[in-house]
Design a protein around this ligand. Structure first.
Ligand code: FES
Length: 363
């Protein structure tokens, strides 16, 4: 590069050299990485006024107390605010959501926000804001550096007024002590140990089979299924009639009692027991995968294979729901069916075995 030198570019950088193409280049002058030094320190109001410092202290403590109150409110809401289909609240423009979810979200949000806001406000107004340069050093610090770091940390503790302001210290410890408690309450969602809860479902002898596609939006009405409604090769999602009046027990009932009905040529059914438990080629199986409980859904009508989309367990619906691929350890439970006096499909009994994942059966 060669050319004329001008004094400075338009940004104040300089000097500038112009090459043969007319392009300007800033020429470094002196040390371009010179340490500019620390900016001048301006004390804050809380540094010079004990009254302002006390006010900040009260604000920080108030935020920590608010965090603790919101955490306790979370636990209260968990038990007191109903979480069912009747407690939907419409929040425009978000849409409908359960009052319980809304209350829990607000409480936990306030608890976490107040804790964070209190810590930031504390750091910005009361902890020291004197900047301290830290020199670069080897990856492994020397013992002197480690000792210096510990000393700096202890100095930081001193500067944060941790010891001097017991009100902040105690409220922070109190808020942090109660913050993990919601986790204990959420454990309740794991429910009781399965025991007989998974052994029995809503299906009993004579229970009408309701077509999911005919169920009203509020879930209280639906139509039964006649054998002639199901053509060979088709699949119908269905539920017991009891689910229409289950109320708060709806989710619990559906997660165990959802079924799939498929119809195939009777000659294709390999198992005589399965044929007996079906009705003219219509067979009913639990919709809950026996691996870890996803709803099975992908039916291959040529092979009668039912695939679970979660981990690809595949069940042969023409052979007692036997597992032919994937991690599921046992076959899909079959629901014995027949027709009632009105010509509608009904259950003959409960499933032939417990529905859902089988891990709870072990040991
Ligand atoms: S839940 Fe169905 S394969 Fe895992």
């Amino acid at each position: 590069m060669s050319g004329d030198m001008t004094e400075h570019d338009e940004h104040g950088h300089g000097p500038v050299a112009v090459d043969e193409h007319g392009h300007g280049h800033v020429v470094p002058s002196g040390d371009p990485f010179a340490d500019p030094g620390l900016p001048e320190h301006h004390p804050r109001l809380t540094d010079i006024s004990e009254k302002a410092a006390k006010r900040s202290e009260r604000i920080v403590a108030g935020l920590f107390v608010l965090s603790a109150v919101a955490t306790i409110a979370f636990m209260v809401c968990y038990t007191q605010v109903p979480n069912n289909r009747q407690s939907l609240v419409n929040f425009f423009p978000i849409g409908a959501m359960s009052a319980s979810n809304f209350a829990l979200g607000v409480c936990l949000g306030v608890a976490l926000f107040s804790m964070g806001a209190g810590a930031i406000y504390w750091a910005r107004t009361l902890m020291t804001d004197v900047e301290i340069p830290q020199e670069r050093h080897e990856y492994e610090s020397s013992n002197e550096d480690k000792a210096a770091a510990i000393a700096e940390f202890q100095q930081g503790v001193e500067d944060s007024d941790w010891k001097k302001r017991p009100l902040i210290r105690r409220t922070l410890i109190g808020a942090m002590a109660v913050l993990p408690l919601p986790a204990l309450w959420i454990l309740r969602d794991l429910g009781p140990l399965p025991g007989n809860a998974l052994r029995y479902t809503a299906w009993t002898g004579g229970e009408l089979i309701i077509n999911d596609n005919t169920v009203s939006l509020d879930g209280t009405t639906g139509q039964g299924i006649r054998p002639e409604d199901i053509t060979i090769g088709s699949l119908v999602n269905a539920r017991p009639k009891a689910a229409l009046s289950a109320g708060d027990d709806f989710n619990n009932m559906m997660v165990k009692s959802s079924i799939l009905l498929v119809r195939m040529n009777e000659a294709d059914i390999k198992s005589s027991q399965e044929r007996d438990w079906g009705y003219h080629g219509i067979v009913a199986f639990s919709k809950i995968c026996t691996h870890v409980g996803c709803p099975v859904a992908l039916y291959e009508q040529q092979t009668h294979h039912m695939l679970c989309p979660c981990h690809q367990s595949t069940f042969d619906l023409s052979d007692d729901g036997r597992v032919i691929f994937g991690p599921a350890a046992r076959s899909l439970p079959q629901l014995p069916i027949t027709v009632n006096a009105d010509g509608y499909l009904v259950a003959r009994s409960d499933f032939n075995q417990p529905v859902g994942p089988s891990f709870w059966e072990r040991g």
